[in-house]
Design a protein around this ligand. Structure first.
Ligand code: GTP
Ligand code: MG
Length: 208
């Protein structure tokens, strides 16, 4: 597999927006998914991290990303933008469809090496984030938390929240956290380095 570095992330290119698993790219190489609550700044984080304004679609309206969106970095490496969880106004039918699709993605995707989990720094870890972390812990999937919208808090308040979240994380080498602001481009290099490290890590055991 090709070696990569932070600059590789600038090569991100849209591949496809998949409504069902039949549209997913072939499960080879390695990929990192960005998942988290609706409207926390997942798509904005992808744009900041790839240095490509407008690559992933962002919106003030929660629930904007409704499909699994795949971006190629190289023929062997991808970034994946997942629909936000916890968006109540989606129809029950669509919620169930998404639940199933995302479960399938997490439990079968061999290429998946880790998760970037943005959380809104003003809210901290919420119940659904905890559920996600428990699941990842159980399945030995590394998670890197981005405490997004850092610019909405003072520096000292942001540092306090980071310390609180770090204490809440299960003491596991699988989990890490950092401050992040897509608007101020803060924490971008740290996030890029982490993503590259995860993309180059060994695959986890997956039951197909
Ligand atoms: N102040 C500030 N606003 C941000 C930041 N990141 C995202 N936002 C804003 O938060 C809103 C949601 O951003 P998105 O990136 O679309 O969030 P998302 O998590 O992809 O949303 P869904 O796909 O709808 O779940 C937009 O209005 C962004 O401009 C940030 O670092 N600072
Ligand atoms: Mg989005």
């Amino acid at each position: 597999m090709q070696t990569i570095n932070s600059a590789t992330l600038n090569q991100a290119q849209f591949v496809c927006s998949a409504h069902t698993h039949l549209e997913w790219p072939i499960d080879s190489g390695s990929e990192i998914a960005v998942a988290g609550r609706s409207n926390v700044g997942k798509s904005s984080a992808i744009n900041a991290i790839t240095g490509r304004t407008g690559l992933a679609r962002t919106s003030k309206t929660p629930g904007r990303t409704r499909q699994i969106v795949f971006f190629d970095l190289t023929p062997d490496h991808r970034l994946v933008d997942l629909p936000g969880y916890g968006f109540a106004r989606t129809s029950r039918e669509l919620q169930q469809h998404w639940q199933k699709t995302i479960n399938r993605y997490f439990s079968t995707r061999q290429a998946l090496r880790g998760l970037v989990l943005p959380i809104d720094i003003r809210r901290g870890l919420m119940a659904m984030d905890q559920e996600m972390l428990n699941w990842c812990c159980h399945h030995a999937l590394p998670v890197h938390l981005l405490l997004t919208k850092r610019d909405k808090l003072s520096r000292s308040a942001a540092q306090n929240t980071l310390r609180t979240v770090q204490k809440q994380l299960v003491e596991s080498p699988l989990f890490s956290a950092q401050l992040f602001s897509a608007t101020k481009k803060e924490g971008v290099e740290e996030a890029r380095a982490k993503i590259v490290q995860l993309l180059m890590s060994e695959p986890r055991p997956v039951n197909n």
